[in-house]
Design a protein around this ligand. Structure first.
Ligand code: ADP
Ligand code: MG
Length: 247
């Protein structure tokens, strides 16, 4: 990311506790437009909690989340409005089981964004086509494989035309043969310039998709580096140790 690039989201000294347990202890991060940030770190270090704070799913105890001229770390945030711009895809999809694929995708655009039905439908069908699932638009989630459900969940997020998408271990629940089809969709988005923050344990993917790697340990950023730097010569022993486990 160059200095001239527009900053979309800026986090300063973010603090999050559950009771007296501090989970995020002063996170600082700037996310540039079009940048892909990959967050790595051991289980329990606070990766999901961090993404959830950016999406208003957790309250925060201190710090600043600067986005579109407002501080999301303060009270009185219109989260349904903000979530139209900061989308999130979770590990365990979260499609509504009683609704078809197309109805799942159109729910936000029609109910929240109050868009024209034909216009939204056209976009949804284009996106479904792009992920190779247009022929499943009338299927129910139970009729789909895990990889298909996860691609639908990504389309659903995209159909809101977000500025940023947060991905929390979106391939962690998938059978190995389905991981690739989901990662390829995310790689395609990266190539089109989508701004993304991605939590993953897929190291090869992290290396190929990430502009920068953010390594978190015990609620603090231990290291921020380009993917190239991080994977060839991490600056900290903790990051090196983490990488050794995956080799
Ligand atoms: P990661 O995604 O890096 O594995 P999490 O962000 O899920 O880690 O969790 C960070 C820490 O916060 C863990 O110790 C976890 O047990 C704790 N934690 C997460 N959610 C809650 C919660 N709702 N209540 C209490 N503790 C939580
Ligand atoms: Mg997690």
């Amino acid at each position: 990311m160059t200095d001239s690039k527009e900053i979309l989201l800026e986090v300063q000294q973010l603090q999050k506790s559950f009771g007296d347990r501090i989970v995020l202890n002063g996170i600082d991060l700037q996310v540039g437009k079009g940048e892909v940030i990959v967050i790595l770190g051991p289980s329990g270090c606070g990766k999901s909690t961090f993404l959830r704070c950016l999406n208003g799913l957790e309250s925060v105890q201190g710090g600043v989340i600067q986005y579109r001229g407002q501080n999301l770390a303060e009270g009185n945030v219109d989260w349904p409005e903000v979530r139209q711009h900061i989308g999130m895809v979770f590990q365990n999809y979260d499609l509504f089981p009683h609704m078809t694929v197309i109805d799942n995708i159109l729910l936000g655009p029609l109910q929240v964004q109050k868009r024209d039905k034909n216009e939204a439908l056209q976009q949804a069908e284009q996106l479904l086509d792009r992920v190779g699932l247009l022929d499943r638009k009338d299927a129910y989630p139970r009729q789909l494989s895990g990889g298909q459900k996860q691609r639908i969940a990504i389309v659903r997020a995209l159909c809101m035309n977000p500025d940023i998408i947060l991905f929390d271990e979106v391939t962690a629940s998938l059978d190995p043969e389905m991981v690739r089809e989901v990662l390829d969709v995310i790689l395609g988005l990266a190539n089109q310039g989508m701004t993304m923050i991605i939590v993953t344990h897929e190291m090869g993917f992290a290396k190929s998709v990430g502009d920068r790697i953010v390594f978190i340990d015990q609620g603090k950023i231990c290291e921020i580096a380009t993917a190239q730097q991080f994977f060839t010569a991490p600056a900290t022993e903790r990051a090196q140790h983490f990488l050794d486990i995956f080799q």
